[in-house]
Design a protein around this ligand. Structure first.
Ligand code: DCP
Ligand code: MG
Length: 614
């Protein structure tokens, strides 16, 4: 690998097909997805005193990324500004979108870059579909998205590219070039389909590049922005004296715009290029000193090679071989693999710290908030679209959409940790304490119900599991003071395959069916089983109770029903548990205020009784 004309450098391995996604004005889109009315308004996302991004309506009105808030308000006085310092919603949206894209790569080679970029290696899907093409009727093709079900996919015209193109395609292509072109056509249609799905189902638009490497797909996606896609056309290698489209494309880029050539390297390369351009062309000296340095300038400098680049860039802190790596990048060559889809997390843990938390009601309130974050995070990290029906959910109904997700893994253990403050010393001072105390129990199976809202589940989790755990940690009603609460789930058990019959969402569908016979009509008072503990109240809401009728012994002592061991079988539970004896959930619970034991469904009314006492 010695000179710029070395043909072996340009010889490529088997070409992969890689799609790069960059979501348009990502942070702003997260707010728009939650509130579509914002789309019509100029919307900007603020961090500190700057706008980190803004939507395209705002950009049309003269706003731009990384603009000072003061300046933005002057240019567009009616700009709507939202705070973007809490990154949770962006992280969640990013993972959700990533999970949607992940399904399209059969090899699971899907990799996130930051929050708003994703690479998908779809070579396997493309090669599969290449074999299915009927070359005598390309216009009426069908793109197969599943190897198991030939009906899952979409119709398309395989004789034409979808979206925009960069470069000129030869009228008389070589065989290899024609094959690559056909594969890129397939890639462009798959990318188009994925973009349409992302927009229709999730409300996000993206700018997409299709090519044969991470480097080229990322760069070519920038050619038509926003809300568009671009495919880099063959030839990817020089044909006779004809330069390849790759070289033409890369040559026009500023050196600093090439991924993996960082800031320090860019400065060194620019300096070298400017210096030597000045020496080589005295007439243009002043222009050369200031003009932007593009790849072509550097690549064509006399004597430029991987060895020379090693001399320019090498030194302390630089990896050996940096010259060769940069040399290949300048030729548009990048063999790095798209990383495999991430492993599941070992645990999900949510916590918050407090200046002073010393009341039961305060704890309960905070546990609901933490539970809600935990449940939302579980949905993002541990579920995926259920593709057993082939496509992403088409349904508007929230519950139906929820039911079309499936769990990738079920955490088995729920843990509550607290960090109590040390008692005050005689002089009023206090030692800092970092010691945590914790208690665990089994994750209750209701938490896996994807058709139920996260808010309802957070309330239930707090009432039936976390508050009783809290009472085990801090049996006294007062006298303690906490500086931290942490709620976590761990011991993840991966769900196998798709339709094994053990899918928890299917269990809940069945559960609803079995329990419908027990459905209790609207009523002002709870069923008789609940009355013993619950006084009649004007406030008792009218609810449809679809809980199984459970016989229980009201013992009056929280010690007598250890939460994590209480179990009871019912038809729907048996269905899930037939192979899993340990999946018992606590079906009764004890009141965190007075300790009275009662079944789940009685607890909300019982707590309202305590509230009415205050
Ligand atoms: N971001 C940030 N700070 C920066 C740059 C970006 O916090 N200095 C955040 C806000 C962006 C997100 O990262 O929404 C993605 O960055 P992009 O550069 O891709 O910008 P956008 O997606 O917002 O806009 P575009 O449509 O140009 O991709
Ligand atoms: Mg973006």
């Amino acid at each position: 690998m010695a000179s710029g004309r070395d043909a072996s450098l340009l010889k490529r391995k088997d070409e992969r097909i890689i799609i790069h996604f960059d979501y348009d004005c990502f942070y702003a889109s997260v707010f728009e997805a939650a509130n579509p009315a914002l789309k019509a308004l100029p919307l900007a996302v603020q961090q500190k005193q700057i706008i980190v991004t803004c939507n395209y309506e705002a950009r049309r009105r003269g706003l731009h990324k990384l603009q000072l808030i003061k300046e933005a308000k002057r240019v567009c006085p009616d700009v709507v500004i939202v705070l973007g310092e809490d990154l949770t919603c962006f992280r969640n949206a990013s993972k959700e979108l990533y999970n949607s894209i992940r399904r399209y790569s059969w090899s699971s080679k899907v990799e996130r870059l930051g929050f708003d970029e994703v690479f998908a290696d779809v070579t396997d899907v493309i090669n599969y579909n290449l074999k299915l093409l009927n070359t005598s009727d390309l216009s009426n093709s069908f793109f197969c998205l599943s190897q198991d079900d030939p009906t899952v996919g979409f119709a398309f015209d395989a004789s034409k590219l979808a979206g925009q193109a960069y470069g000129r395609y030869s009228a008389t292509p070589h065989h290899d070039e024609a094959i690559l072109y056909q594969r890129l056509i397939l890639g462009s249609h798959l990318a188009f389909h994925m973009r349409v799905q992302l927009e229709a189902q999730k409300g996000y638009t993206s700018s997409v590049g299709i090519s044969t490497s991470k480097l080229l797909s990322k760069l070519v996606g920038n050619v038509h922005k926003p809300h568009s896609q671009t495919t880099l056309l063959p030839p990817y290698a020089a044909v006779g004296f004809e330069q390849s489209n790759v070289t033409t494309f890369i040559d026009d880029h500023d050196i600093g715009k090439i991924p993996n050539i960082g800031f320090k390297m860019t400065v060194k390369l620019q300096d070298y290029a400017r210096q030597n351009l000045v020496n080589s062309d005295s007439a243009d000296q002043d222009v050369n000193k200031t003009r932007r340095t593009v790849v072509r300038d550097l690549r064509k400098l006399p004597g430029m090679s991987n060895l020379l680049l090693e001399k320019i860039l090498g030194g302390p802190g630089m990896p050996h071989g940096v010259g060769s790596r940069v040399w290949t990048l300048l030729h548009g060559i990048d063999d790095t693999e798209v990383g495999k889809a991430r492993e599941l997390p070992r645990q999900i843990s949510i916590e918050d710290s407090f200046g002073r938390l010393d009341t039961i009601l305060g704890v309960q309130e905070q546990l609901v908030i933490l539970s809600l974050s935990l449940i939302n995070r579980m949905h993002v990290d541990l579920t995926e679209e259920d593709d057993s029906d082939g496509e992403m959910a088409q349904d508007d109904d929230v519950k139906a959409v929820g039911a079309r997700k499936r769990w990738l893994a079920h955490p088995k253990t729920l843990r509550l940790s607290t960090r109590p403050r040390a008692p005050r010393n005689a002089d009023g001072s206090r030692e800092r304490s970092f010691n945590r105390t914790s208690k665990s129990t089994q994750v209750p199976s209701f938490l896996y119900d994807l058709a139920e809202s996260a808010e309802v589940l957070a309330d239930r989790l707090t009432t039936y599991c976390l508050m009783p755990l809290f009472r085990q940690l801090h049996p006294e009603n007062n006298g303690w003071e906490l500086s931290l609460l942490n709620v976590a789930v761990s011991d993840l058990v991966e769900t196998s395959g798709t339709s094994t019959g053990r899918d928890i969402s299917k269990m809940f569908k069945n559960q609803a069916k079995h329990l419908s016979v027990w459905k209790v009509p609207d009523q002002d008072v709870p069923p008789e089983t609940q009355l013993a503990a619950v006084p009649k109240s004007e406030d008792t809401p009218r609810t449809n109770v679809i809980e199984p009728i459970i016989k229980y012994d009201r013992t009056g002592s929280e010690d007598s029903i250890p939460l994590s061991q209480a179990s009871q079988s019912s038809q729907w539970q048996a269905e899930w548990n037939d192979e899993d004896e340990e999946n018992d959930e606590p079906l009764s619970s004890s009141c965190p205020f007075c300790g009275a034991a009662m079944p789940y469904f009685a607890m909300p009314a019982h707590l309202r009784f305590h509230e009415s006492e205050d």
